[in-house]
Design a protein around this ligand. Structure first.
Ligand code: FDA
Length: 319
């Protein structure tokens, strides 16, 4: 699908994304930081909470639902985990006070999982309580397979008490159908994604027709049980199939895409009256997020170059 050069560029970007020295260099560079930030603004609403909230309000006024994430992952000190929890709670209080309805999305490793499961559970429970008091929902992202069991355990402990907490499942993992069958016993929404992490071939499959078939089977399992489900993909073939099956006319089903990725398709679905949710992010950790978006679809590199030269802010007309 992509040229050899594009795939090599994607690999280079993935290793740049992981390189802490390059990251520090970019963050401290007076020239590179603002330039790359211009490219990031296609995918990230901005660096501060107000950027996320005002984009959420704008998209809600156009008929979309939104998810909102304060970007971060793999936080290693207790202090940083508490700071992240504070930011999420503060975000929910702010949104509650101006009645902005959104799902707050996050990695458990941002709020404590890399320190201890206990800390992640405590912080998640507190956030679930805050969300409940403002009539908001939470959605836990899924991280690399080494963390899957811990993430599911923590989710289940909180989900029995808080039905406003949902969980993400990665289709590429061979275990996912079993996980979904188990998760259907809990009330929270299930968000189904293909999977963003590179995993060994004995536990996961790569992008393929088989993966798409598996994706549709996972959705069907949720739909059969009338379980709340978010179909989180930009894959036009999958979208065509769910439209054909009329899944989007069911009250418990929505389609969700990352901000800046296929806004044309989202606009079309929203315009046709389908339930659409846009996944928004904000925060200073936009660098890694930008690298991921460019690496997963290398033609975005050309767009990033154009954005760096021409644009001062994100494209406000995308949606
Ligand atoms: P696929 O990667 O096969 O792409 C299909 C088509 O979509 C491409 O051919 C292209 O046309 C378009 N496309 C995809 N990415 C694009 C991009 N960056 N720019 C432009 N076009 C693009 N993963 C994870 O492991 N854990 C998680 O918690 C989450 N959470 C999450 C939430 C939401 C709302 C979404 C939409 C995605 C995630 N993901 C995720 C990421 C997910 O696993 C996956 O990596 C991406 O969604 C890309 O996969 P697609 O389903 O789009 O298919």
């Amino acid at each position: 699908m992509f040229t050899k050069n594009e795939l090599q560029a994607a690999e280079a970007l993935k290793s740049i994304a992981r390189n802490q020295e390059v990251k520090r260099y970019v963050q401290e560079s007076k020239e590179l930081y603002p330039l790359l930030l211009k490219a990031a603004k296609r995918f990230v609403t901005g660096e501060i909470q107000e950027d996320g909230i005002s984009k959420a309000q704008e998209l809600i006024s156009k008929g979309y639902s939104v998810s909102l994430e304060y970007i971060g992952e793999n936080t290693t000190s207790v202090e940083e985990c508490l700071q992240a929890k504070y930011e999420f709670n503060n975000l929910m209080e702010k949104m509650g006070s101006i009645t902005v309805q959104a799902t707050i999305s996050f990695d458990l490793s941002h709020i404590g999982l890399n320190v201890s499961s206990k800390l992640a559970l405590e912080n998640l429970t507190e956030m679930a309580q805050t969300a409940l008091s403002y009539d908001l929902t939470l959605m836990i992202s899924m991280e690399e397979s080494a963390k899957t069991d811990d993430i599911l355990d923590i989710y289940k402990k909180v989900a029995i008490q808080y039905s406003n907490v949902g969980i993400t499942i990665q289709t590429h993992l061979n275990r996912s159908m079993n996980d979904i069958e188990d998760l259907l016993n809990y009330p929270g929404k299930i968000r189904i994604v293909k999977g963003a992490y590179q995993e060994p071939s004995d536990i996961a499959i790569v992008r393929s027709k088989e993966l798409n078939e598996r994706y549709l089977n996972l959705i069907a399992a949720c739909i059969q049980k009338r379980h709340p489900v978010s179909i989180a993909t930009h894959d036009e073939e999958i979208i065509k199939e769910i439209l054909k099956q009329q899944y989007l006319s069911l009250p418990n089903v929505e389609v969700e895409m990352l901000y800046g990725v296929r806004p044309d398709l989202m606009k079309q679905l929203n315009g046709s009256g389908h339930k659409t949710r846009v996944y928004l992010t904000y925060g200073h950790e936009w660098y890694l997020y930008l690298c991921h978006r460019l690496a997963e679809y290398p033609p975005n590199i050309y767009q990033a170059l154009v954005d760096m030269i021409r644009r001062t802010t994100g494209d406000s007309d995308m949606y």
